[in-house]
Structures are given as structure tokens and as C-alpha cells.
Design a protein around this ligand. Structure first.
Ligand code: GAP
Length: 667
């Protein structure tokens, strides 16, 4: 749960995002659409810079990765093969009172006193009579009426008329009560029971809350079920600890958890039929797997190599929350890096290199097994985040535990950022929330598409073919056996019969000896919007700076790394009513424009203009003044003031030196 300080910080960040045009609520003028966001002028630039930095790091700076841009809607069979149709779901629960929906795993455990009710009946007619009794007497009379009614129905059903007659005799003590005749009440009660709800219901109250609040919630629940004036039946209480069965907002019982598929459906073509049903992709990765063979053929790449993609993904999240963190429409940046199975590496190189300790393992080597590649990509991704301004101390490396891993995954490292809304550990440290997952997914994905499409996803490896006959017999049979077992395990886990699995695994291990295999994959998968939010949270700062009159005031400054800052430089003529200054400033703007995003601003006092750019996160400000024009001597002519956003330091620099100077940090 966010504390007051972090909630206040998030509020400031959200408000700045709207005020300065980073992020707006989608469809705001119609009241918004939960889980959807629009990026304003600064946000759009920021996102483009993030994607460009990622794309450049993956493709431009490497020989072994190529790009792909696939369609959002793909053949629905893809989602059967990937497992999304059957298993891409979250457990959800609904509040029985308000119908609000929650993700079951997001309900905080609660303790307190549970008030349970067997049901309720409509007291519209009977209540004025019951109210004539003293409260304690009323309770006794009501309980008796209820048990008499239950008996009568049950006994009549079982044909036991004696028992029914007995049940209708009121207790002796009722004669002492001061109220209307019991017979009259019984008739009204039986009538009221025509409108009875037998649905049990319960409410959890934290310790110390009066029972009336539970009864109020329960009465509301039965009112929703059509009882005008519900009289509650069979109230009992029970202490409970750490229960996740109740709505934390109002104490109402929740429904049993049930799976909810997160894929957004649509129809392709003019007929809305089951046959035309399709999905907006919930991840970009699958397109890479299904185009693997095409890309391999045209790109002249050989395993190990990667295919990367940036694109939109859609998930009908049960509970979008934490600003853009969990949205229903978002962008992913995914790399599928295809590697040889360890058995092939061992056959070619005699052994498989595994990590000797933590940290970046250095330049890739041909004898790396999946563990080396996995560690390499985890470290590469940390380096990327650092290169765009997220310090390592703001990130967390979280190794998924064996019970959290998908059945086909060998290891997954989540890279977390310490968002202000992250949970805190027992020492009060922010634990972080996921920015990216780096998963070693074995050969699951390509194998699944091979099975579902009937098209081979194997590659031919010359080196393996050449190495195999040179192995000694024991090595050959050990590697064959290991490969056979891993393929057999996969086939059985994914529903093949034992007999079929054995036959196919045997064929595949024979194919390995001839140089064929389905590549394994390491998948670093990141979210653009989560990263944008992390960079915004990381950049937000407040410090003290002098105003126009030299008085200190609070300055809001977005300390983006120049590489991803939405605008790189702002150009200001000192005064807007001096045509020579304006003309020169526009010349400087035009000089810089081909190299970077430039913001030209001539309105208002120069101090105010600086502040506006500080809030936008523009790392540099360039002011053109009278010195620039040479009015204070030739030595300062053609120079400008360059102001650095974070330190607010100013220096004089020649106009001609501006492009190389600024490009040093923004590239
Ligand atoms: N292909 C693997 C995959 O999609 P994931 O962990 O479900 O894995 C990868 O998603 C990344 O996509 C996450 O680390 C996160 O950055 C981003 N992401 C996932 N769901 C998101 C959501 N609802 N809103 C924003 N970003 C999301």
C-alpha cells in the first residue's frame, strides 16, 4: 500500500504529466476510458526516443539482430499454439455488493470479525408490528418466526404434520411480551417469506467497528436482490485472520476466484461469427516465432541470432492501475534471441561454457550455452537502462523462483524499477515493479508452432553435422539420450501421448545427429510505457532556484538523460521586440534543427522561459543576447549563453561549436 508521501509524489508526477503534455487520459472529454492513455507532445517525443534508443542498441550496433514489424491481428491458431487461448488468464473476483472486479492476487489479506447471514426476508409489512416489541423481545420473536416457518416447510414436505403443528406453538415466555398477537405476525411472516432470499452472505469488519456497519452492508446486499426492506436472518460471527475473500473497500464478500482470459477479441470480416473471431495480440513475441523461418532465409543470419520488434500489445487487464503501469493498450520492445541447444554446442566444442560468476560475461563466444546467453542478456539490458539514465541502484534483479516459472522456462530474471508506488520490504526499501523480463524459454515456442502449423521450425547446422561423426560413441549416445529426454519431456508436458512422444523424440534426436534441431530462445521483453513512466519518475525533482528578483523559489525539474529527453535544446532571443536578436536566434534554431529537436521560445521573461524548459526536461538552453550581436565587443560576437538544466550553470560558447558540443551528450 502506498504511504501518504509516495501517494503525494505520484500525484505531483501525474499532474505534471498532464500539465506539461506528457500523458493525458484517453477520451478525457467523454469521462476517460480506464486503462488507456494518450501521449501529448512531450510524451510522444519521449516514447520515440526510448524506442529509438532500444532499436539502435539492438540493430544498428549489432550484426546478429534484425528487425521485424508484424501485424497486430494474426491467425487465431497462433494463440492456441502459444497457449494464450487456454492459459492467458488472471484469476478474478467480483464484489458481491458493488460488482467491482479485482484481480484475486491483488487483494490484501485482512483480519477481523466476519458477520454471516443465512438470508433475509422482506419486512415492509411486518416491521411496523415487530417494532412494537422491545429490541430484545423483537429479536426472540423474529428468530422464532423464522424457525417456525422453516419447520413448517420442512415438516410439510416430509409429511410430518405433528412436527409442523408443534413448531407453530409459540414459547410460553412470549405471553409476557408487550406486542401484537403472535398468530397475526406468523401469517404476515409467512407472506413476507414469499419474498425471501436464501442466499448466504457475509461481511468482514476490522476490529473495533460497530456491528451495525456489517448489517447495513448486508441489508444493501439483500436490497439489491429485490427485498424492499430486508430483515436479516441467522446472524453469526466468526473471527478470521488474513482472508482474501472480502472486498478491502467495503468488507463485502467476494465471488469465488475464476479465470478471466485477458485477450481482447475482435472479428475479421463482415460476419461476427465464431469462425471469424480473432484477437488483438497480447504480446509481440509470437509474430517473431511464426516469421522465424522467413527471416532466417532472407537475412543470411545463422543461429545464434536475434529478431526484434517494437509494437502495440493489448490485454484486457482486470484492474488497470498505477497510472500507465498496468494499461490495456501498451507497447512492447521484444527480442527473441535464438541459440543452439546445449547438446549441439557440446557436440561441436566438446563442452558448454557456463557462467563463472555474476556480472557481464563479456563478448559472446561460440561455445556459450543457454545460461551464458541468459546472463549476457540480463547484463546487456541493465547496461541499456543505465545508458538512458536509470541508475543501477534504482533497479532490482529478481530471479523468478521455480514455482513462478512457466513449465517450459529454464530461468527468468525480472528487471524491476523502484517506482514510488512499489511495495516496501520489512526494512522500508522499495521492492520495485517489473519493467522487463529476460526469459530462457527453451525450444518451447518454435516447437509449438511447428506442431500447430505442421511446418518445420528446425534449422540445419553444418558445424554440428560435421562434428557428430567425430564424437566417440559414449559421448554421442549421452548427447542423443539427453536430447531425446528433453524433447520427450516437452512433448508429454504439452499433451502428447507417451507412445507418440517417444516415437517423435527418437526421430528428433536422430535428426540432431544429422545437424537439425529446433533452436532455443532467450527473450528480453520490455514495456515502452512502463519504461517511460520509470524515466518520468526517475527524472522528477524539486530544488531551489532564484526567481527574477533573486528570491529563492522551488523549481520543478525533469532530469532526463539528454539521450531520451523529449526536447534537446531550447533557443531564446533575450528580447522578442529586438528584430536583430530574433533573427539571430532563428538562425541558431535552424543550425541545430537538422541534428536534434529544438524548441524556440521568445515569450516572457528569460527566467520563466528557463523554468518552463526545466519542467519539460530540456537539458540545454541557448540565449542570444546583445553580446551575440557584437554590441559588447568583437570577442563575444557570434557567442551565446549555454545553460545546463541540472546545474543551472551558464557558459559562453561560440555558435559554431554548439552542434558538436550538444551532440556529444544526446547521441
Ligand atoms: N513475451 C513475453 C511477455 O509478453 P510479459 O512479462 O507479459 O512477457 C513483457 O510482458 C513486458 O511488457 C512487461 O515486463 C511490461 O514491461 C510490459 N507489460 C506487460 N503487461 C503490461 C500492461 N498491462 N501495461 C503496460 N505494460 C505491460
Amino acid at each position: 500500500m502506498a504511504d501518504a508521501k509516495t501517494a503525494e509524489l505520484m500525484e505531483k508526477i501525474v499532474s505534471l504529466c498532464k500539465r506539461r503534455g506528457f500523458i493525458f487520459q484517453s477520451s478525457e472529454i467523454y469521462g476517460g476510458l480506464n486503462g488507456f492513455w494518450d501521449y501529448g507532445p512531450l510524451g510522444a517525443e519521449l516514447k520515440r526516443n526510448i524506442k529509438e534508443a532500444w532499436w539502435r542498441s539492438m540493430t544498428q550496433f549489432r550484426d546478429d539482430i534484425v528487425g521485424l514489424e508484424a501485424s497486430i491481428i494474426m491467425h487465431p491458431k497462433i494463440w492456441e499454439a502459444s497457449g494464450h487461448t487456454s492459459t492467458f488468464s488472471d484469476l478474478m473476483v467480483d464484489c458481491l455488493l458493488t460488482k467491482k472486479r479485482f484481480r484475486a492476487d491483488q487483494i490484501e489479506p485482512q483480519s477481523g470479525l466476519v458477520y454471516r447471514f443465512d438470508g433475509a426476508y422482506d419486512g415492509t409489512e411486518i416491521n411496523p408490528l415487530l417494532n412494537q416489541y422491545a429490541p430484545e423481545e423483537r429479536k426472540n420473536v423474529e428468530n422464532w418466526l423464522h424457525s417456525a416457518a422453516v419447520h413448517v416447510w420442512r415438516d410439510i414436505k416430509t409429511g410430518d404434520s405433528d412436527a409442523a403443528r408443534k413448531a407453530l406453538v409459540p414459547p410460553e415466555e412470549f405471553k409476557q411480551f408487550n406486542g401484537p398477537p403472535i398468530d397475526q405476525l406468523l401469517v404476515l411472516f409467512m407472506k413476507a417469506c414469499d419474498k425471501e432470499s436464501h442466499e448466504p452472505y457475509s461481511v468482514l469488519l476490522p476490529a473495533g467497528k460497530p456491528p451495525e456497519s456489517a448489517r447495513k452492508v448486508a441489508a444493501q446486499f439483500y436490497r439489491e436482490r429485490g427485498l424492499q426492506s430486508p430483515n436479516l436472518l441467522g446472524e453469526k460471527t466468526e473471527k478470521i485472520e488474513n482472508s482474501t475473500r472480502y472486498n478491502p473497500e467495503n468488507g463485502s464478500l467476494l465471488t469465488e476466484p475464476r479465470p478471466f482470459n485477458l485477450m481482447l477479441k475482435t472479428y475479421v470480416g463482415p460476419v461476427e461469427s465464431e469462425d471469424n473471431k480473432s484477437y488483438l495480440r497480447p504480446e509481440t513475441a509470437q509474430a517473431i516465432f511464426v516469421q522465424f523461418k522467413n527471416v532466417l532465409e532472407v537475412s543470411r543470419q545463422k543461429v545464434p541470432f536475434g529478431i526484434c520488434q517494437i509494437g502495440k500489445a493489448f490485454r484486457n487487464e482486470i484492474n488497470p492501475r498505477n497510472f500507465t503501469f498496468r494499461s490495456r493498450e501498451f507497447e512492447q520492445m521484444e527480442l527473441e534471441f535464438f541459440i543452439r541447444p546445449d547438446e549441439a554446442i557440446e557436440a561441436i566444442y566438446g563442452s558448454v561454457a557456463t557462467p563463472s560468476g555474476p556480472g557481464h560475461p563479456g563478448e559472446s563466444q561460440p561455445n556459450w550455452g543457454w545460461q551464458m546467453w541468459h546472463q549476457y542478456w540480463v547484463e546487456e539490458r541493465f547496461r541499456f537502462y543505465e545508458s538512458i539514465g536509470l541508475p543501477r541502484t534504482s533497479l532490482v534483479e529478481y530471479w523468478q523462483k521455480s514455482d513462478e516459472l512457466a513449465h517450459y522456462a529454464r530461468a527468468t530474471v525480472d528487471i524491476l524499477y523502484k517506482f514510488p508506488f512499489s511495495k516496501r520490504d520489512e526494512k522500508g526499501e522499495l521492492m520495485g515493479e517489473e519493467l522487463e523480463g529476460v526469459a530462457a524459454r527453451s525450444d518451447f515456442d518454435l516447437s509449438q508452432h511447428q506442431r500447430y502449423s505442421g511446418k518445420s521450425m528446425t534449422v540445419f547446422d553444418e558445424e554440428l553435422k560435421a562434428a557428430w561423426p567425430k564424437l566417440d560413441d559414449s559421448k554421442r549416445s549421452a548427447l542423443s539420450q539427453r536430447y531425446f529426454e528433453s524433447r520427450q519431456r516437452y512433448l508429454i508436458k504439452t499433451g502428447e501421448t507417451e507412445e507418440k512422444a517417444e516415437k517423435q523424440a527418437k526421430e528428433e534426436s536422430d535428426a540432431l545427429s544429422k545437424g537439425y534441431y529446433v533452436p532455443h530462445v532467450i527473450e528480453p521483453s520490455a514495456g515502452v510505457d512502463r519504461l517511460a513512466l520509470a524515466l518520468i519518475c526517475n527524472a522528477y525533482g524539486e530544488d531551489q532556484a532564484p526567481d527574477e528578483k533573486g528570491k529563492m523559489e522551488t523549481r520543478v525539474v525533469m532530469k532526463f538523460h539528454p539521450r531520451i529527453a523529449p526536447l534537446k535544446v531550447a533557443v531564446f532571443p533575450l528580447l522578442k521586440n529586438k528584430p536583430e536578436l530574433v533573427k539571430k536566434a532563428k538562425e541558431v534554431r535552424d543550425l541545430l534543427r537538422p541534428h536534434m529537436s529544438v524548441f524556440y521560445d521568445e515569450a516572457g521573461a528569460i527566467g520563466r522561459r528557463y523554468r518552463r524548459q526545466d519542467e519539460a526536461g530540456t537539458p540545454y538552453g541557448v540565449t542570444i543576447d546583445f553580446e551575440t550581436l557584437g554590441e559588447k565587443g568583437p570577442e563575444l560576437q557570434e557567442t551565446v549563453t549555454l545553460r545546463e538544466r541540472d546545474s543551472m550553470k551558464q557558459e559562453r560558447i561560440k555558435i559554431a561549436e554548439l552542434p558538436p558540443r550538444l551532440l556529444q551528450t544526446i547521441r
